[in-house]
Design a protein around this ligand. Structure first.
Ligand SMILES: C[S@@+](CC[C@H](N)C(=O)[O-])C[C@H]1O[C@@H](n2cnc3c(N)ncnc32)[C@H](O)[C@@H]1O
Length: 286
Protein backbone atom coordinates (compact mmCIF):
# COMPACT_ATOMS: atom_id res chain seq x y z
CA UNK A 1 0.00 0.00 0.00
CA UNK A 2 1.41 3.43 -0.86
CA UNK A 3 0.97 6.68 1.02
CA UNK A 4 -2.41 7.39 -0.69
CA UNK A 5 -3.80 4.10 0.61
CA UNK A 6 -3.73 2.73 -2.95
CA UNK A 7 -2.34 -0.72 -3.71
CA UNK A 8 -0.53 -1.01 -7.02
CA UNK A 9 -0.36 -4.56 -8.33
CA UNK A 10 2.27 -4.51 -11.05
CA UNK A 11 1.69 -7.50 -13.30
CA UNK A 12 3.88 -8.01 -16.30
CA UNK A 13 1.64 -8.79 -19.27
CA UNK A 14 3.36 -9.20 -22.69
CA UNK A 15 6.40 -7.40 -21.40
CA UNK A 16 4.40 -4.40 -20.18
CA UNK A 17 3.82 -3.40 -16.62
CA UNK A 18 0.10 -3.09 -15.92
CA UNK A 19 -1.18 -1.21 -12.96
CA UNK A 20 -4.35 -2.13 -11.10
CA UNK A 21 -5.61 0.18 -8.46
CA UNK A 22 -7.50 -1.10 -5.45
CA UNK A 23 -9.38 1.02 -3.01
CA UNK A 24 -9.16 0.14 0.67
CA UNK A 25 -12.71 -1.31 0.51
CA UNK A 26 -11.85 -3.53 -2.47
CA UNK A 27 -8.73 -4.80 -0.76
CA UNK A 28 -10.73 -5.55 2.40
CA UNK A 29 -13.34 -7.42 0.32
CA UNK A 30 -10.59 -9.52 -1.26
CA UNK A 31 -9.30 -10.41 2.19
CA UNK A 32 -12.69 -11.73 3.37
CA UNK A 33 -13.31 -15.43 2.69
CA UNK A 34 -16.48 -17.38 3.45
CA UNK A 35 -14.72 -20.32 5.12
CA UNK A 36 -11.30 -21.55 6.12
CA UNK A 37 -10.52 -25.20 6.74
CA UNK A 38 -13.46 -26.73 8.55
CA UNK A 39 -14.63 -23.37 9.86
CA UNK A 40 -17.69 -22.47 7.78
CA UNK A 41 -17.80 -18.79 8.60
CA UNK A 42 -16.35 -15.53 7.34
CA UNK A 43 -12.75 -14.75 8.22
CA UNK A 44 -10.45 -11.92 7.22
CA UNK A 45 -7.21 -13.31 5.84
CA UNK A 46 -4.17 -11.91 7.60
CA UNK A 47 -1.71 -10.21 5.28
CA UNK A 48 1.13 -12.64 5.80
CA UNK A 49 3.56 -10.42 3.91
CA UNK A 50 3.03 -7.71 6.47
CA UNK A 51 1.94 -9.09 9.88
CA UNK A 52 2.59 -5.65 11.37
CA UNK A 53 -0.50 -4.49 9.43
CA UNK A 54 -2.59 -6.99 11.43
CA UNK A 55 -1.35 -5.82 14.83
CA UNK A 56 -1.71 -2.15 13.79
CA UNK A 57 -5.31 -2.83 12.71
CA UNK A 58 -6.13 -4.71 15.92
CA UNK A 59 -4.62 -2.16 18.25
CA UNK A 60 -6.03 0.72 16.16
CA UNK A 61 -9.59 -0.57 15.79
CA UNK A 62 -10.11 -2.62 18.97
CA UNK A 63 -7.98 -0.42 21.24
CA UNK A 64 -7.45 -3.30 23.69
CA UNK A 65 -5.58 -1.27 26.26
CA UNK A 66 -8.63 0.92 26.89
CA UNK A 67 -10.73 -1.95 28.23
CA UNK A 68 -10.25 -3.78 31.49
CA UNK A 69 -8.79 -7.30 31.62
CA UNK A 70 -10.78 -10.12 33.22
CA UNK A 71 -14.15 -9.14 31.79
CA UNK A 72 -15.25 -12.79 32.11
CA UNK A 73 -12.53 -14.44 34.21
CA UNK A 74 -12.45 -14.07 38.01
CA UNK A 75 -8.89 -14.95 38.88
CA UNK A 76 -9.14 -14.41 42.63
CA UNK A 77 -11.94 -16.88 43.28
CA UNK A 78 -11.64 -20.63 43.83
CA UNK A 79 -14.46 -21.37 41.38
CA UNK A 80 -15.59 -19.72 38.18
CA UNK A 81 -19.23 -20.42 37.28
CA UNK A 82 -19.99 -20.48 33.53
CA UNK A 83 -23.22 -21.45 31.80
CA UNK A 84 -22.53 -23.40 28.62
CA UNK A 85 -24.22 -26.13 26.57
CA UNK A 86 -27.29 -26.07 28.80
CA UNK A 87 -25.24 -26.77 31.95
CA UNK A 88 -23.92 -24.75 34.85
CA UNK A 89 -20.22 -25.45 34.74
CA UNK A 90 -18.02 -24.66 37.70
CA UNK A 91 -14.33 -24.30 36.92
CA UNK A 92 -12.03 -24.89 39.89
CA UNK A 93 -9.13 -22.47 40.12
CA UNK A 94 -6.01 -22.17 42.26
CA UNK A 95 -5.40 -18.42 42.51
CA UNK A 96 -2.56 -18.83 45.03
CA UNK A 97 -0.52 -20.70 42.38
CA UNK A 98 -0.67 -17.77 39.97
CA UNK A 99 2.20 -16.11 41.84
CA UNK A 100 4.53 -19.06 41.15
CA UNK A 101 6.96 -18.10 38.36
CA UNK A 102 6.00 -19.72 35.05
CA UNK A 103 2.59 -20.91 36.27
CA UNK A 104 -0.28 -19.39 34.28
CA UNK A 105 -2.83 -22.20 33.92
CA UNK A 106 -4.06 -22.33 37.51
CA UNK A 107 -6.81 -19.79 36.75
CA UNK A 108 -9.01 -19.07 33.74
CA UNK A 109 -8.17 -16.30 31.27
CA UNK A 110 -10.66 -14.22 29.30
CA UNK A 111 -9.72 -15.70 25.94
CA UNK A 112 -10.53 -19.18 27.32
CA UNK A 113 -14.04 -18.12 28.24
CA UNK A 114 -14.42 -16.35 24.87
CA UNK A 115 -13.19 -19.40 22.92
CA UNK A 116 -15.40 -21.83 24.85
CA UNK A 117 -18.52 -19.75 24.28
CA UNK A 118 -17.47 -19.11 20.66
CA UNK A 119 -17.40 -22.88 20.05
CA UNK A 120 -20.86 -23.28 21.57
CA UNK A 121 -22.22 -20.47 19.38
CA UNK A 122 -20.43 -21.65 16.22
CA UNK A 123 -21.79 -25.20 16.64
CA UNK A 124 -25.32 -23.84 17.17
CA UNK A 125 -24.94 -21.71 14.02
CA UNK A 126 -23.62 -24.68 12.00
CA UNK A 127 -20.24 -23.04 11.38
CA UNK A 128 -18.37 -25.83 13.19
CA UNK A 129 -19.26 -29.51 13.58
CA UNK A 130 -17.66 -31.15 16.60
CA UNK A 131 -19.78 -34.30 16.91
CA UNK A 132 -17.39 -37.27 16.76
CA UNK A 133 -14.42 -35.09 15.81
CA UNK A 134 -10.98 -35.54 17.30
CA UNK A 135 -9.87 -32.39 19.12
CA UNK A 136 -6.54 -31.67 20.80
CA UNK A 137 -6.39 -28.68 23.12
CA UNK A 138 -2.98 -27.15 23.85
CA UNK A 139 -2.21 -25.37 27.13
CA UNK A 140 -5.62 -26.29 28.55
CA UNK A 141 -4.99 -24.73 31.98
CA UNK A 142 -8.21 -25.22 33.95
CA UNK A 143 -9.84 -26.95 30.96
CA UNK A 144 -12.99 -24.96 30.19
CA UNK A 145 -12.47 -24.98 26.40
CA UNK A 146 -11.86 -28.73 26.23
CA UNK A 147 -14.85 -29.44 28.50
CA UNK A 148 -17.14 -27.37 26.28
CA UNK A 149 -15.80 -29.14 23.15
CA UNK A 150 -16.59 -32.52 24.79
CA UNK A 151 -20.10 -31.34 25.69
CA UNK A 152 -20.50 -30.38 22.03
CA UNK A 153 -19.74 -33.95 20.97
CA UNK A 154 -15.98 -33.98 20.33
CA UNK A 155 -13.47 -36.63 21.46
CA UNK A 156 -11.14 -34.23 23.23
CA UNK A 157 -7.58 -34.63 24.46
CA UNK A 158 -6.84 -31.82 26.89
CA UNK A 159 -3.10 -31.20 27.34
CA UNK A 160 -0.71 -29.11 29.38
CA UNK A 161 2.71 -29.23 31.04
CA UNK A 162 3.25 -32.39 33.18
CA UNK A 163 2.99 -30.57 36.53
CA UNK A 164 -0.21 -28.78 35.54
CA UNK A 165 -2.46 -31.79 35.06
CA UNK A 166 -3.92 -32.26 38.56
CA UNK A 167 -6.27 -29.29 38.48
CA UNK A 168 -7.09 -30.00 34.85
CA UNK A 169 -8.16 -33.58 35.66
CA UNK A 170 -10.22 -32.35 38.61
CA UNK A 171 -12.10 -29.94 36.35
CA UNK A 172 -12.79 -32.58 33.73
CA UNK A 173 -14.17 -34.92 36.41
CA UNK A 174 -16.18 -32.19 38.11
CA UNK A 175 -17.80 -30.88 34.92
CA UNK A 176 -18.13 -33.84 32.57
CA UNK A 177 -20.52 -36.12 34.43
CA UNK A 178 -23.68 -37.87 33.31
CA UNK A 179 -24.81 -37.58 29.74
CA UNK A 180 -21.90 -36.07 27.78
CA UNK A 181 -22.14 -36.15 23.98
CA UNK A 182 -18.38 -36.53 23.49
CA UNK A 183 -15.47 -37.55 25.69
CA UNK A 184 -12.39 -36.06 27.33
CA UNK A 185 -9.00 -37.36 28.37
CA UNK A 186 -6.13 -35.44 29.92
CA UNK A 187 -2.49 -35.98 28.99
CA UNK A 188 0.81 -34.14 29.16
CA UNK A 189 2.11 -32.29 26.15
CA UNK A 190 5.02 -29.88 26.25
CA UNK A 191 5.18 -27.76 23.10
CA UNK A 192 8.07 -28.67 20.83
CA UNK A 193 8.41 -32.19 22.27
CA UNK A 194 7.79 -35.31 20.24
CA UNK A 195 4.10 -36.25 20.30
CA UNK A 196 2.65 -39.50 21.63
CA UNK A 197 0.97 -41.71 19.04
CA UNK A 198 -2.41 -41.34 20.77
CA UNK A 199 -2.27 -37.61 20.19
CA UNK A 200 -1.19 -37.55 16.58
CA UNK A 201 -2.40 -40.85 15.19
CA UNK A 202 -4.79 -40.06 13.61
CA UNK A 203 -4.15 -36.34 13.33
CA UNK A 204 -6.88 -34.26 14.97
CA UNK A 205 -9.72 -32.58 13.12
CA UNK A 206 -9.32 -29.53 15.34
CA UNK A 207 -6.53 -28.11 17.47
CA UNK A 208 -7.66 -25.54 20.03
CA UNK A 209 -5.75 -23.11 22.22
CA UNK A 210 -6.61 -20.08 24.29
CA UNK A 211 -4.07 -17.61 25.58
CA UNK A 212 -1.15 -19.70 24.41
CA UNK A 213 0.66 -16.90 22.53
CA UNK A 214 2.10 -14.85 25.38
CA UNK A 215 5.77 -15.72 25.63
CA UNK A 216 8.20 -14.97 22.82
CA UNK A 217 10.44 -17.81 24.00
CA UNK A 218 7.63 -20.36 23.52
CA UNK A 219 6.41 -19.23 20.08
CA UNK A 220 8.64 -21.51 17.97
CA UNK A 221 7.92 -24.58 20.15
CA UNK A 222 4.18 -23.86 20.00
CA UNK A 223 4.37 -23.56 16.22
CA UNK A 224 6.37 -26.79 15.93
CA UNK A 225 3.58 -28.59 17.81
CA UNK A 226 0.84 -26.94 15.74
CA UNK A 227 2.65 -28.08 12.62
CA UNK A 228 3.13 -31.64 13.96
CA UNK A 229 -0.59 -31.83 14.72
CA UNK A 230 -1.80 -30.38 11.42
CA UNK A 231 -2.73 -32.54 8.48
CA UNK A 232 -4.68 -31.57 5.38
CA UNK A 233 -7.95 -31.95 7.31
CA UNK A 234 -6.91 -30.15 10.49
CA UNK A 235 -8.25 -26.76 11.50
CA UNK A 236 -6.52 -24.82 14.26
CA UNK A 237 -8.52 -22.31 16.29
CA UNK A 238 -6.63 -20.02 18.64
CA UNK A 239 -7.96 -17.27 20.86
CA UNK A 240 -5.52 -14.77 22.26
CA UNK A 241 -5.51 -11.79 24.56
CA UNK A 242 -4.15 -8.58 23.05
CA UNK A 243 -1.43 -7.68 25.55
CA UNK A 244 1.75 -7.55 23.52
CA UNK A 245 1.75 -6.60 19.82
CA UNK A 246 5.41 -7.62 19.33
CA UNK A 247 4.81 -11.22 20.45
CA UNK A 248 1.64 -11.54 18.36
CA UNK A 249 3.44 -10.13 15.32
CA UNK A 250 6.35 -12.54 15.87
CA UNK A 251 3.89 -15.45 16.05
CA UNK A 252 1.98 -14.36 12.92
CA UNK A 253 5.19 -13.86 10.95
CA UNK A 254 6.52 -17.30 11.85
CA UNK A 255 3.12 -19.02 11.47
CA UNK A 256 2.65 -17.50 8.00
CA UNK A 257 5.50 -19.70 6.70
CA UNK A 258 3.30 -22.79 7.05
CA UNK A 259 -0.28 -21.66 7.67
CA UNK A 260 -3.02 -19.60 6.08
CA UNK A 261 -4.36 -17.43 8.89
CA UNK A 262 -7.81 -15.86 9.12
CA UNK A 263 -9.24 -13.64 11.84
CA UNK A 264 -12.84 -14.33 12.89
CA UNK A 265 -15.00 -11.23 13.04
CA UNK A 266 -16.55 -10.52 16.45
CA UNK A 267 -20.01 -10.62 14.82
CA UNK A 268 -19.57 -14.42 14.79
CA UNK A 269 -18.64 -14.75 18.45
CA UNK A 270 -21.10 -15.59 21.21
CA UNK A 271 -23.03 -12.32 21.69
CA UNK A 272 -22.55 -12.45 25.49
CA UNK A 273 -18.84 -13.09 25.22
CA UNK A 274 -17.15 -10.45 23.08
CA UNK A 275 -14.13 -8.43 24.16
CA UNK A 276 -11.95 -5.86 22.40
CA UNK A 277 -8.99 -7.39 24.26
CA UNK A 278 -9.40 -10.78 22.55
CA UNK A 279 -8.82 -12.06 19.02
CA UNK A 280 -9.75 -15.41 17.43
CA UNK A 281 -7.74 -16.89 14.57
CA UNK A 282 -8.36 -19.90 12.34
CA UNK A 283 -5.22 -21.47 10.86
CA UNK A 284 -4.87 -24.18 8.24
CA UNK A 285 -1.66 -25.67 6.94
CA UNK A 286 -0.78 -24.43 3.45
C1 LIG B 1 -2.25 -18.20 29.97
S1 LIG B 1 -2.51 -19.89 30.31
C2 LIG B 1 -4.02 -20.20 29.44
C3 LIG B 1 -4.77 -21.34 30.04
C4 LIG B 1 -6.11 -21.64 29.40
N1 LIG B 1 -5.94 -22.06 28.03
C5 LIG B 1 -7.04 -20.46 29.50
O1 LIG B 1 -7.34 -19.83 28.48
O2 LIG B 1 -7.50 -20.17 30.59
C6 LIG B 1 -1.31 -20.70 29.24
C7 LIG B 1 -1.32 -22.21 29.34
O3 LIG B 1 -0.31 -22.75 28.47
C8 LIG B 1 0.45 -23.71 29.18
N2 LIG B 1 1.82 -23.73 28.64
C9 LIG B 1 2.73 -22.73 28.68
N3 LIG B 1 3.87 -23.09 28.11
C10 LIG B 1 3.70 -24.37 27.69
C11 LIG B 1 4.54 -25.31 27.03
N4 LIG B 1 5.79 -25.00 26.70
N5 LIG B 1 4.03 -26.51 26.74
C12 LIG B 1 2.75 -26.83 27.08
N6 LIG B 1 1.90 -25.99 27.71
C13 LIG B 1 2.37 -24.77 28.02
C14 LIG B 1 0.42 -23.23 30.61
O4 LIG B 1 0.73 -24.24 31.55
C15 LIG B 1 -0.99 -22.71 30.73
O5 LIG B 1 -1.91 -23.70 31.09
Amino acid sequence: MNVDGIVRDETNVAGKAEEKEYSYEEEEEERMVEELGMYRGKVRLVNTEDPAEETMLLWGIQQPTFSKPNAFARQTSLQLPIDACGRSLSILQSPSNLGTPGVTGSVMWDSGVVLGKFLEHAVEAGRIHLQGKKVVELGSGCGLVGCIAALLGAQVILTDLPDRLRLLKKNVEANLYGDVRGSATVTELTWGDELDHGIKDPLPDYVLGSDVIYSEGAVMDLLATLLDLSGTQTTVILAGELRNDAILEYFLQAAAEDFTIGRVDQSQWHPDCCSPRVVIYVLVKT
